[in-house]
Design a protein around this ligand. Structure first.
Ligand code: ATP
Ligand code: MG
Length: 415
């Protein structure tokens, strides 16, 4: 019986893995340049952490979270996002006593969404979180880091920026927004109607075509920011200008939770089609406190690796494989044993090589060498073992040259 993989959860096959390695190694390199250090937290947390840390009013927690009872003892959840777990660890290990911290993570997330292109049930995120600094230049620096990262991968992504206000200016705005949306209920989709009471800011995020006229005409928080939020946004913009990072202010860009304040941003790419967001971030100055830590401002983003992989592939960013330098073709049992030994020797010297322990017809072994993309082949049999001499064949040019088996490593290093 064939058992298929779980719907919405993907394999990344060896032919594609190098793009993933690149995404992650460039992230590690670039993030380190900005002082971010990696943290690893579990894929499973108490369900309650997300209810509080992401919010009960969100789709992520409300509809999409994988929750299970662990042998009837406690409710656990597969993490739907990375921030809550990182904040938990930040608090649990008392990291705040050391002053401001910049952390990043890489790993799988789980949401029971309707699978479609760019939207999966297990997906992977790379994210940054910076704690302990409320000043707007931190926001600018973090956004610039992400722009820098995309630039190094040759990815063109558009940056949208907005402010979602704070506890001073948001409540009055929300009341007006609710009243406006309620008045035009009939023109909005069922999802929007659902959210008017629960999470009115999120309504602005709706992508349904028929909702757009109503939402475009909705009152804008951007026009009603308090002094503090207005100055903050201006400073983020000044920082981005100074760093040469282009942005577009999008008054409808939101993060639909109470402890998100001020800066909200998103990077989108045309290469992605309808799921166009490749990364999203925002300031969450009250989250650490909400999760039981001391008041500590913070700002973070998460980027979707599957979506980034799609862009890289579309850009023709080749997935590279490390092909063997040499493939040993064996003529007999003696040659097979010698190949095993010589291969070990070359690998010790850092030279990739391969052989086929099945032996068999030499023609088939040469075919195999070509299939795996080997640069050279060396035939080994009793004769080569006795003389210590063999022929190194360049599989591209078909040229052969004699080589002493003892000098194979240096011959391969300096062809
Ligand atoms: P979207 O509006 O696309 O649903 P979101 O607001 O739910 O995104 P975040 O929670 O901010 O997304 O996650 C950050 C990034 O993670 C997204 O920009 C996207 O690239 C990626 N992402 C989110 N959900 C998924 C998913 N189900 N499958 C693949 N990638 C995802
Ligand atoms: Mg989503």
């Amino acid at each position: 019986m064939k058992i298929p993989g779980v719907k919405g959860m993907n394999d990344v096959l060896p032919a594609d893995i190098s793009r993933w390695h690149e995404m992650e190694s460039v992230a590690r390199d670039v993030f380190a340049l900005y002082g971010y250090r990696e943290v690893r937290t579990p894929a499973v947390e108490h369900a309650q952490l997300f209810a509080r840390g992401v919010g009960e009013a969100t789709d992520i927690v409300n509809k999409e979270m994988y929750v299970f009872e662990d042998k009837g003892e406690e409710l656990l959840a597969l993490r739907p996002e990375g921030t809550a777990g990182v904040v938990r660890a930040f608090i649990e290990h008392g990291a705040y006593v050391e002053g401001p911290q910049k952390w990043f993570y890489v790993g799988p997330m789980f949401r029971r969404e309707r699978p479609q292109k760019g939207r999966y049930r297990q997906f992977h995120q790379i994210g940054c979180e910076a704690f302990g600094i409320a000043e707007p230049f931190l926001d600018a620096e973090q956004i610039a880091l992400l722009a820098d990262y995309f630039g190094r991968l040759g990815v063109r992504a558009e940056l949208k920026l907005n402010s979602v206000g704070d506890q001073n200016c948001r409540p009055a705005y929300l009341a007006d927004l609710k009243a406006y949306l309620t008045g035009r209920k009939a023109e909005l989709c069922p999802d929007c109607n659902d959210r008017i009471e629960r999470n009115p800011l999120r309504v602005l995020d709706c992508k349904v075509e028929s909702c757009q006229p109503v939402l475009n005409a909705a009152p804008r928080l951007l026009d009603r920011l308090c002094e503090g939020c207005r100055t903050h946004l201006d400073q983020v913009k000044a920082g981005l200008d100074a760093l040469g990072v282009a942005y577009r202010v999008d008054p409808r860009l939101v993060r639909g939770l109470d402890y998100y304040v001020r800066t909200a941003y998103e990077f989108t790419s045309d290469a992605l089609g309808s799921q166009s967001a490749v990364a999203g971030g925002g300031r969450y100055d009250r989250l650490v406190e909400t999760l039981g830590g001391p008041p500590t401002p913070g700002i973070g983003f998460a980027l979707g690796q599957e979506r980034l992989a799609m862009i890289l592939e579309k850009n023709g960013r080749a997935a590279t494989v490390r092909a063997p330098e040499v493939f040993f073709v064996t003529a007999d049992a003696e040659g097979a044993l010698e190949a095993l030994r010589r291969a070990a020797e070359l690998r010790q010297a850092g030279i990739a090589c391969d052989l086929d322990p099945r032996g068999g017809k030499m023609r088939a072994q040469f075919k195999q060498a070509e299939r795996v993309g080997a640069r050279h082949a060396v035939v080994l049999g009793g004769n080569e073992v006795r003389t210590g001499q063999a022929k190194l064949k360049d599989l591209q040019t078909r040229e052969e040259k004699p080589v002493a088996l003892a000098e194979l490593a240096s011959a391969l290093r300096r062809p």
